[in-house]
Design a protein around this ligand. Structure first.
Ligand code: NAP
Length: 318
């Protein structure tokens, strides 16, 4: 017989584990299916596992390392009875309740678990360039979040990659700290909205390197420079930056939900206003999988709390 749980949480970043803490303390004995390490950028614990110092999570006046913060989240959830399974969900059947949840073979006739309510917190991934040293130096000069890491680059020369609104926003924000920001874009025209473009053109600390791509990331323990190539004439040059912010977009982890849960064109799950409710009754979504705007650990944790409370009240009403 497949076990039926009142709450199953899929994903174990700040959103999922906060949902686990709240639903465990509401005596719902949640099961967290935390994911499985499959690559450096896809592992249980979410994006904070790739971060070094976290200085903006309230409650830690001296900062805390990202992975240590996630170990604490996990221990706190387990302390109240959350059960954590290290595996990947391969299929969910949202068509009837209790919902079927598969790990392992998605074609198995019986699901591995059934859940009366589901909390989806599978997060999002920053798109990366995919070149050597990039992932290894995340938190050591390479970053995907100016809000999180800009502060560490006071009076330094920083490069930002991308030509969309994110890149412009990151570059503009970084000028608060950096001496100089070089925005490297692979074309000679930005994709960003005109108003954001103008803001960047007016900012004397931002320099544009058009028609260039990053080919090399240097540094043993921390970033010491990058190698770029002009795509129009293939000329190569070096840039002595100590910070590299990759801002070429994000991809929410929503492949499992295509055709089952409402999502925006960008792939992010759609939730009701001021709520974590999805279009399927009993299914809640929290954290970066439904947030393409704030993308912060604290906002993810906040929405995880909301999802747990909404699920609990809904279960109570049944
Ligand atoms: P985006 O609009 O998809 O832009 C990605 C940028 O990265 C593009 O300029 C693209 O170049 C470049 N890029 C992609 N892959 C690359 C690669 N491998 N190497 C080098 N460059 C690469 O993503 P986004 O900027 O994250 O924005 C996503 C959405 O959020 C957009 O709808 C945006 O308007 C919105 N947003 C809004 C705000 C705001 O209004 N404040 C802030 C952030 C984001 P090409 O241009 O050549 O394709």
């Amino acid at each position: 017989m497949t076990e039926t749980r009142e709450v199953i949480i899929v994903g174990s970043g700040p959103a999922g584990l906060t949902a686990a803490i709240y639903s465990a303390r509401a005596n719902l004995a949640p099961l967290v299916i935390e994911g499985e390490p499959s690559s450096t950028s896809d592992q249980p614990g979410g994006q904070l596992m790739l971060t070094t110092d976290v200085e903006n999570y309230p409650g830690f006046p001296d900062g805390i390392m990202g992975p240590e913060l996630m170990v604490n989240f996990r221990a706190q959830a387990e302390r109240f009875g959350a059960e954590i399974v290290t595996d990947k969900v391969t299929r969910i059947d949202f068509s009837s309740r209790p919902f079927g949840v598969w790990i392992g073979d998605p074609d198995a006739t019986e699901p591995s678990y059934r859940a009366t309510s589901l909390i989806i917190s599978t997060g999002a991934q920053s798109l990366m360039l995919g070149i050597d040293n990039e992932t290894r130096l995340i938190g050591h000069g390479v970053s995907t979040c100016a809000t999180c890491d800009g502060f560490f680059f006071r009076d330094q020369h920083i490069a930002v990659i991308g030509g969309g609104d994110s890149a412009i926003e990151e570059a503009s924000f970084l000028t608060r700290f950096a001496d100089k920001v070089t925005l490297i874009h692979r074309r000679d025209e930005l994709r960003a909205s005109k108003i954001m473009q103008q803001r960047a053109f007016d900012n004397t600390k931002i320099e544009f390197l058009w028609n260039h791509v990053v080919e090399r990331i240097d540094g043993e323990n921390s970033l010491t420079g990058i190698g770029v190539r002009n795509v129009t004439d293939d000329r190569r040059s070096d840039l002595d930056v100590t910070g590299l912010f990759v801002a070429i977009g994000h991809r929410p982890n929503t492949g499992l939900f295509i055709g089952q849960l409402d999502m925006a064109e960008s792939g992010y799950l759609v939730t009701a206003p001021d709520s974590t409710r999805t279009n399927v009754e009993g299914v809640y979504a929290c954290g970066d999988v439904q947030d393409d705007y704030f993308r912060q650990a604290i906002t993810a944790a906040g929405s995880g709390c909301m999802a747990a409370i909404e699920a609990e009240r809904w279960l109570e009403s049944l």
